[in-house]
Write a new protein. Structure first.
Length: 296
């Protein structure tokens, strides 16, 4: 290992396994804040730049884990986590897994870590690498697992990005991570379709982008209306009328796409769900009904 300076209480050490774009950004944030940071990567060359910036480099994952501080893991997938940590001594260690995974994988990995004597937090990063270490970027990370463990390392974990505690269930960070990202991809689908509609027309893309972003921002609070339906706080009769009106308008959307020479493949699955919800005799004909139809 390369040497590192002694840490103080205010600059607690941290170990990081995985130096992809996200891992490197995390390491740089801790180094910039003065935290002694031990790093390891399958390809050692990726650690060279960080070593020049003050990171302590470990030759093996086992040596990195032994260096002290929370062991933050940011690898390709859950299988990689098992492969990398499988040959290390985790007894008494605090593992913070920021690798993207499913809720069930997170729960299984928490049990796996516990069997090896480790304490485990799972994390879901709501950011891209350039947002890490930039307070005004809005980046944050979901964490789930033992509350006491989260509280113990909260100050260190808050250095690269904000922290949001998702609950004791170790799968909840991954669950909410995937839920928010799913909504994001749904938005991207709509944005893609919208630009395709105007692509061949005399419409300035930059000006249209401003209209589009403003419209999506105005519509985003609809999420609160769905939440009200799910918790019984809204009048379903109002939503029945709204959904019926929306379903009646579907042909116009499809005809517009056809006339503009644009595939409607990004919209038709949602339109079909709307139709099913309205036609279902025993389903609630409101946003709650649509959510429940997806759960079948």
């Amino acid at each position: 290992m390369t040497p590192h300076t002694e840490h103080t209480k205010d600059t607690a050490p941290v170990t990081l396994l995985g130096l992809g774009a996200m891992g490197t950004a995390l390491a740089r944030a801790w180094l910039a804040a003065g935290h002694p940071t031990t790093v390891w990567n399958r390809t050692p060359a990726r650690a060279e730049a960080l070593a020049a910036e003050g990171a302590r480099t470990a030759d093996t994952a086992a040596a990195a884990v032994a260096a002290g501080g929370p062991v933050v893991v940011c690898l390709l997938d859950d299988a990689s986590v098992g492969e990398v940590l499988g040959g290390t001594d985790l007894a008494g260690r605090d593992v913070v897994n920021l690798t993207t995974c499913t809720p069930e994988q997170a729960r299984a990995r928490a049990a796996w870590a516990g069997e090896r004597g480790a304490r485990y937090l799972d994390g879901g990063i709501m950011a891209v690498p350039p947002m890490i270490g930039v307070p005004e970027s809005g980046a944050y990370v979901f964490y789930s697992g033992p509350r006491a463990l989260f509280d113990r390392h909260r100050e260190v974990l808050a250095v690269p990005a904000g922290t949001t505690y998702a609950g004791e269930d170790p799968g909840y960070a991954a669950l909410q991570d995937m839920a928010l990202l799913s909504a994001m991809y749904g938005m991207f689908a709509g944005v893609t379709h919208a630009f395709a509609l105007v692509r061949k027309e005399d419409v300035d893309p930059a000006a249209f982008a401003g209209l589009l972003a403003g419209w999506l921002t105005a519509m985003a609070p609809a999420a609160h209306g769905i939440a009200a339906e799910l918790t019984g706080g809204a009048d379903p009769q109002e939503e029945v009328s709204a959904l019926a009106m929306q379903v009646a308008g579907i042909p116009t959307f499809l005809d517009t796409a056809r006339q503009q020479g644009v595939s409607a493949e990004l919209l038709t699955p949602y339109f079909e769900l709307m139709r099913r919800c309205l036609a279902e005799q025993r389903a609630a004909r409101d946003p709650k009904g649509m959510v429940d139809l997806l759960r079948r």
